[in-house]
Ligand binder design. Structure first.
Ligand code: 26Q
Length: 833
């Protein structure tokens, strides 16, 4: 008979044995009412949808928690191998509608709310986004854990519970202004705090040699300033399969005795201040999606994640196996989401040696068999490096271990390439120079058994360029895992009308096997099917228009071509190229060159890192041009330019179903993969794009006829660098000349002379790394092909169907299966329902 652990009373029934919760409409009505009245203490006079959202979410959450416990116990009993996804970012967005979809209760809940006189849509909309990420890398982590649960793989996500997520963006006088995103201010019904799994994290102090009772020499990290890492768990449901995995996020808090000491010394204020210093560590997400160098707080965040997660996993291991680590590497695998958590390599060594007494060789063998590293960028300036002096001050024991890893590693290199000192310097984990630095990517490569890029081209360029020396040494470590997106959120949930139609035509297997969408190709010549497809696309556009109308007063024409570019602002992503084309169209209208015109709405959205001057200027430029174009009576319906403020996950859920054209126009060789491109394609948008990142694979899947390709290839970009002359290119192209003249004469400046000079000069510079001018003509020509295709509705519809039909490869179910089969070596674990 099960016994409760905290009572000595007579044998009794387990306190957690419960009948399973119902999934019918009536069950949700009852539970909703109970939470709304008793837990939240609201009545019918409360008008805020927030409390109704909370009451419903609590009811839904109960159903998740039930399955969660079941999954946890099943994994425990099966003693299966597990993987851990370590990421500084999980860009989850909203949870309610996804939870309902995955539990298969969307219909029952909607009816329940209807009976209660509530609008389910309104409740869904009142949930704040969990914006714990910058963009692609963070959203990829969120899609990954959804797919892991759907594939019934025992994978846990580990991250940080930032009090403030990605800033919210408002536009004032055309410029980006950042507002703090206090997403937790109304509480978070989806998380469960688990203080019983708190871990202690050390910072500062020094390392000393000590000898233990048995005379064994030990390194001890002493005189440290400690903080506590408290876990908050969020359930991650698979798609209608009974599996609920865990996302565990760490919050930093002050240690109790630290406070007490201060308090006893009579300094109450100091003790409260100390609490603040500790809690600051998980306070805010860094809003840079490239390296922000050298910030001590960032390194503290990274170590908090690495140390707390590894301590957690090792403590669990020791709880079951004692100090026997013989089979640890067979049962555990850590995937590092970029270098951000890569201090984990040294931290696992520290825990195994200093806490559990393993010898270097054994600890290193385990580390190298359990760590795997994913790279997400080719930009050399974005590679993380930490100054040795900062590292030494903050994490002295870790620095010591990194030096030792480096010594062993360089010995291996020297053996492989005797006498090649240049190579030794190139490959060293420590960069020499005026300031010594730790190269985190090299630490990650050396400490891992697998290194992967996120699209075919990206992985190839890593091997040939950035990591060539390492590829020469260990070719077998390197592999590719092309990114994906979860079709649950990015088609089934965000585009329910289209999803329903697809299911009517080919059944619902596509939701967990996206290659099934290929069957849609059988209908491209079916007139009725095509008509319906076209209508659904138009409906989605109308919904996007209505959504935009509630945000700001602009009326868009549903028959115009919806040309969309939403992503972080970066020069390499070339929002500027898009802008040059918009100015070109405007110029044509003003000159009356509008024969056979295609009406177009250009929608642009995205955030700039707060310190990225050029990106912010480009946002300002777009807003200024938008003002001019949208208010010019000569332009009218022919052209609109709209900047969509505060782009985020929940915005993309509305935007991607309503796009006709997806702009993926980065300089070839610079976008590691892109994942927005996949969301658009899945929802039937066509891509105008360069041969970059996953665009190449998208084009391969849909065929050249169904993709608008333009621009230099990666090789051509590199060749041209030596003799790039954008001014000459401008002089050779009359259209481009007029575009540049409009920019240079201050046509869009609106009483701020010179404000765009830096932007203009950057693209006119022969050193422009992004070569915007070089691709202008080719881009304009591709846009002409877009217009011709768009004017032929039947052709466009056919191309749209073919895009959705061939998006199967870009499901994270496929990506995760590849990770699982080729890196993690996991087996699915069925959960009895
Ligand atoms: C590093 C140090 C200090 C502060 C911030 C950072 C930091 C944070 C986030 C550096 C980079 C990022 C995010 C990078 C990112 O999102 N990369 C994108 O990853 C996607 C998923 O693989 C790819 O599809 C995109 O091509 C890639 O740009």
């Amino acid at each position: 008979m099960p016994q409760n652990t905290f009572t000595k009373s007579k044998p009794c029934e387990s306190i957690t044995d419960l009948p399973s919760l119902g999934l019918e409409k009536e069950d949700f009505i009852t539970d909703f009412k109970r939470y709304y009245s008793y837990r939240l203490g609201r009545d019918e006079h409360c008008r805020s949808p927030h409390y109704a959202y909370e009451a419903l979410s609590l009811a839904v959450s109960d159903r998740l928690v039930e399955r969660w416990k079941n999954t946890y116990n099943t994994y425990r009993e099966s003693d299966c191998k597990k993987a851990y996804y370590l990421s500084m970012e999980f860009l989850m967005g909203r949870t309610l509608s996804n939870a309902m979809l995955n539990l298969g209760i969307t219909g029952a809940v909607a009816e329940a709310m209807y009976d209660l006189g509530l609008e389910i849509e309104e409740l869904i909309e009142s949930e704040p986004d969990a914006g714990l990420g910058n963009g692609g890398l963070g959203r990829l982590a969120a899609c990954f854990i959804d797919s892991c649960a759907t594939l019934q793989l025992p994978v846990t996500g580990y991250g940080l519970r930032y009090e403030y997520g990605m800033f919210s963006q408002v536009i004032v006088n055309g410029e980006q202004v950042e507002r703090p995103d206090h997403w937790l201010k109304n509480g978070n019904v989806w998380e469960i705090e688990r203080p019983e799994y708190t871990h202690r994290i050390k910072f500062g102090g020094r390392v000393e040699q000590s000898v233990n009772e048995r005379g064994v020499k030990r390194r001890s990290w002493v005189d440290t300033t400690d903080i506590l890492a408290v876990p908050y768990d969020t359930p991650i449901p698979g798609y209608q399969n009974g599996t609920v995995n865990t996302l565990r996020l760490w919050k930093a808090t002050a240690t109790e005795e630290f406070n007490l000491e201060e308090f006893n010394a009579g300094d109450y204020a100091e003790s409260v201040a100390a609490k603040n210093t500790a809690e600051n560590i998980s306070m805010v997400l860094y809003p840079n999606d490239a390296n922000e160098n050298g910030k001590s707080l960032r390194l503290q965040q990274q170590y908090l994640l690495a140390s707390a997660s590894l301590q957690d996993i090792v403590a669990n291991w020791v709880g079951r196996h004692g100090n026997n680590f013989t089979h640890f590497a067979e049962k555990n695998c850590f995937q590092l989401n970029d270098t951000h958590p890569s201090v984990a390599v040294a931290e696992l060594m520290r825990i195994l040696m200093d806490t559990h007494g393993l010898k270097w060789a054994k600890a290193w063998e385990i580390t190298r068999q359990t760590m795997a590293y994913t790279n997400h960028t080719l930009l050399p300036e974005a590679l993380e490096k930490w100054s040795v002096s900062l590292f030494e001050r903050l994490l002295p024991r870790l620095m010591e271990i990194i030096y030792e890893i480096n010594a062993h590693f360089l010995a291996e290199v020297a053996l492989h390439w005797p006498g090649d000192n240049e190579r030794l310097a190139r490959m060293s984990l420590i960069e020499e120079g005026s300031e010594k630095k730790v190269r985190m990517a090299y630490l990650a490569i050396v400490g891992s058994f697998s290194v992967n890029g996120v699209a075919e081209l990206h992985s190839k360029l890593l091997q040939e360029g950035l990591f060539k020396d390492f590829y020469d040494l260990w070719p077998d470590k390197f592999n590719n895992k092309t990114n994906g997106v979860t079709p649950r959120r990015w088609l089934a949930a965000c585009n329910p009308e289209l999803a329903k139609f697809i299911t009517e035509m080919i059944g619902d297997k596509w939701i967990t096997d996206l290659s099934e969408l290929k069957k849609l190709e059988n209908f491209v010549n079916d007139k009725k099917f095509c008509k319906k497809w076209y209508e659904l696309q138009q409906n989605a556009k109308q919904r996007l228009i209505d959504y935009k109308k509630t945000e700001f007063d602009i009326d868009l024409n549903v028959n115009a071509l919806f040309d969309v570019q939403v992503k972080r602002f970066h020069e390499y992503k070339r929002q500027l190229l898009n802008v040059l084309h918009v100015i070109h169209l405007y110029d044509r209208i003003k000159r009356g060159d509008t024969e056979n015109w295609t009406d177009r709405c250009v929608l642009i959205g995205g955030k700039a890192a707060p310190g990225y001057y050029m990106a912010k200027r480009i946002i300002k430029l777009i807003n200024n041009i938008s003002d001019v174009i949208n208010n010019d009576p000569d332009v009218g319906e022919k052209l609109k330019l709209v900047f969509m403020p505060n782009y985020r996950v929940s915005a993309m859920e509305k935007i991607c179903p309503g796009a006709d054209l997806s702009e993926q126009i980065s300089t070839a060789g610079k976008e590691a993969s892109g994942t927005g491109n996949m969301k658009f394609m899945m929802n039937g948008a066509l891509t105008i794009g360069t041969l970059d990142g996953a665009n190449i694979e998208i084009r391969e899947e849909v065929g050249d006829d169904n993709f608008f390709l333009f621009g230099l290839t990666e090789d051509e970009v590199e060749d041209l660098r030596h003799h790039y002359d954008p001014v000459n290119m401008i002089n050779q192209d009359e259209d481009l000349q007029r575009v540049m003249n409009l920019l240079e004469c201050g046509h869009f400046n609106q009483f701020e002379p010179g404000i765009f000079d830096d932007v203009i000069n950057s693209i006119k510079s022969s050193g422009d790394p992004w070569m915007t001018i070089a691709d202008f003509r080719s881009f304009v020509n591709a846009q002409k092909r877009v217009e011709a295709a768009y004017q032929d509705k039947d052709l466009w519809t056919r191309m749209s169907i073919i895009n959705t039909a061939n998006s199967g490869k870009f499901s994270t179910d496929r990506t995760i299966k590849n990770y699982s089969d080729e890196i993690w070596n996991l087996e699915p674990v069925a959960i009895s329902k």
